[in-house]
Design a protein around this ligand. Structure first.
Ligand code: ISL
Length: 577
């Protein structure tokens, strides 16, 4: 009999995303693997996270680092075996940690047996993908893909029919045709295969592009021409309801959908509990606050746009996923913070933000160390298929080479994919061999071991904030109300009606200068507030004090500190009660 503690319900949970090939290598081949993750479970438990979402670990030729699956029932040999996966699920479970898998329903690898069979027009699998006749040099429609350029490839290879297949992503990622009932049935079986092994939830890759209304030409657009035919179409909702009813719900598995370009009305539909589609979605709007139209065209970051977007989503959705980093986004600190002058404060300000908004927070590996990225010297160092493809498109549009490289370097997904620096040892303790992607040059200073147990470090502040979340129900369940959101300042309240009634106020100064509160804001705040957490508070005593006080927390002025002088230091984040 297992003595494992029950898993925390997903609404109360904090989820940690692992990019397995960059987390921990256990066999010296330079690629992270499942046994590496198993080895690091003590560190993850110590951090205090409840679920691990693993980016894909299925068998894959690796054109898009596993987002091109060639067998959904098998583990990539680079990552380990099914037995390793079973052991990981069991050992994590013993520590009260659940495993969430990434599920790629929109496309497979072109090496998948299904696709190989479908290349034959007479094959029963022909209809599993979107095949269209096309004369050489002419695509069946004018759609453009996510990685820039066209999204049709003609099957001219040996045994090919000369027809073209649709791929919204890389040519090695043909889109499945969800109008074929056998595709649906097969995925119900695949989901059951993994939930039977103990998987607790799924992150559904680009889930809102699954259903294509038609393959007709699209309205010409700077990005994703054709997307009006497949972004969150009505039948998508039906498919999600069926998947939930037949696969996720019977196993008690929760879902978070990655929903590209999703707007609020679509997100509301997708997550409304009574509609029984998805539990949460990943919005993109707040991550676009430093860009114009496409992610590659950047503009100077201003926190006002980030806060305004987050606030809008907080106010218009009852519950959702909250995130600031993932494996597709460059690192937070150099992007939205001040990496040069306030690397720790800006990292921890965003930790406070992430962990005090309403919703289920997702931490991306390395975010809890305040990692930086962006230390690339040339395109040759990058592995990401998108970086190379987009660079080619930019050059064909006559972008000067230096400009193209400058833009790629800023936004390349490899910024988030550098192997995890565990220590100052050989390759950061990530591998005993040669890593598949170069570590950040500063790994000897910026690493897990340098921060663990050091009060005030980014890592220890994440740990404290997670503990605070567990201790204070109001941080999980409380309603959200914005009190002030202008310029670099964001002040909001979380409140539960009780009993017992509780309230906390969070105030953030996302700027490198001190900031005094305007009188109009001060007037709206209660008289007796004290700081229960500040990211300038290096002593780490906050949580211990709260533990002792627990019941009286919101009335007692615990240590007599009345620190809150209506002024925040550069990148200061405080939680007040
Ligand atoms: O990263 C992006 C642009 O730079 C996004 O457009 C990204 O392609 C989109 O969010 C979809 O992402 C997901 O599916 C892709 C995969 O490459 C990403 O890693 C994954 O998160 C295709 O499976």
């Amino acid at each position: 009999m297992s003595t494992a503690p029950p898993l925390v319900p997903w609404r109360d949970a904090v989820i940690y995303q692992i990019y397995p090939r960059s987390f921990q290598d256990s066999d010296g081949d330079g690629v992270g693997d499942l046994n590496g993750i198993r080895r690091r479970l003590p560190e993850l438990e110590r951090l205090g996270v409840d679920y691990l979402w693993l980016s894909p670990v299925y068998a894959s030729p690796g054109v898009d680092n596993g987002y091109d699956v060639s067998d959904y029932y098998a583990i990539d040999p680079l990552m380990g075996t099914l037995e390793d996966m079973d052991a990981l699920i069991a050992e994590a479970r013993e520590r009260g940690i659940g495993i969430v898998m990434d599920l790629i329903l929109n496309h497979t690898s072109d090496q998948h047996a299904w696709f190989q069979e479908s290349r034959d027009p007479a094959s029963p699998r022909r209809n599993w993908y979107h095949w269209c006749p096309s004369p050489p040099g002419q695509a069946p429609n004018n759609w453009t893909g996510f990685f820039g350029g066209g999204c049709w490839t003609r099957d001219d290879g040996p045994g090919g029919s000369g027809d073209s297949y649709l791929h919204l992503f890389a040519p090695g990622q043909p889109d499945l045709n969800w109008a074929e009932p056998a595709v649906f049935d097969t995925f119900v079986d695949i989901i059951r295969f993994w939930t039977d092994r103990g998987v607790a939830g799924f992150r559904l890759d680009v889930i809102n592009v699954l259903w294509k209304d038609s393959l007709a030409d699209g309205r010409r657009s700077l990005i994703l021409t054709g997307s009006e035919h497949y972004l969150s179409r009505p039948h998508l909702h039906t498919l999600l309801q069926q998947l939930r009813r037949q696969a996720f719900a019977p196993a008690g598995a929760f879902t978070v959908g990655e929903t590209v370009f999703v707007d609020l009305p679509a997100a509301r539909q997708l997550t409304a509990p009574e509609r029984e589609e998805l539990d949460m979605v990943f919005p993109f709007e707040h991550m676009e606050s430093d860009q114009i139209i496409v992610k590659w065209i950047t503009r100077p970051f201003h926190p006002r746009r980030l806060f305004a977007a987050l606030r809008r989503w907080q106010e218009n959705l009852d519950w959702n996923a909250v995130y600031l980093e993932n494996h597709d986004q460059p690192r937070l600190v150099p992007r939205f913070g001040d990496a040069r002058r306030y690397p720790v404060q800006s990292a921890t300000l965003y930790a406070v933000l992430l962990l005090t908004l309403r919703g289920t927070p997702f931490i991306y590996q390395g975010q809890e160390l305040g990692l930086l990225g962006r230390d690339w010297e040339s395109l040759d160092e990058l592995q990401d298929v998108e970086s190379h493809q987009v660079y080619g498109v930019m050059r064909s549009l006559r972008f000067p080479a230096r400009l193209a490289w400058f833009l790629i370097r800023l936004k390349s997904r490899d910024n988030a994919r550098q192997p995890y620096p565990w220590s100052a040892e050989h390759e950061g303790g990530f591998t005993s061999g040669r890593p598949w992607l170069r570590l950040h040059r500063a790994y000897r200073e910026h690493n897990y071991a340098a921060q663990a147990g050091r009060p005030g470090s980014v890592l220890e502040q994440y740990r404290l904030l997670l503990e605070l979340r567990r201790l204070l129900p109001v941080l999980r369940e409380g309603s959200f109300r914005s009190l002030y959101q202008t310029g670099r300042l964001f002040v909001y309240e979380r409140r539960t009606a009780g009993p017992p009634a509780a309230r906390v106020i969070v105030a953030l100064n996302a700027g490198s200068r001190p900031l005094a509160f305007h009188r109009s804001l001060v007037r709206r705040l209660p008289d007796h507030l004290h700081v229960i957490y500040s990211n300038y508070d290096g002593e780490g005593g906050t949580v211990d004090r709260i533990k002792q006080e627990e019941a009286g927390l919101f009335t007692a002025n615990a240590d007599g500190r009345h620190l809150f002088a209506w002024r925040l230091r550069p990148w200061e984040a405080v939680i007040l009660a």
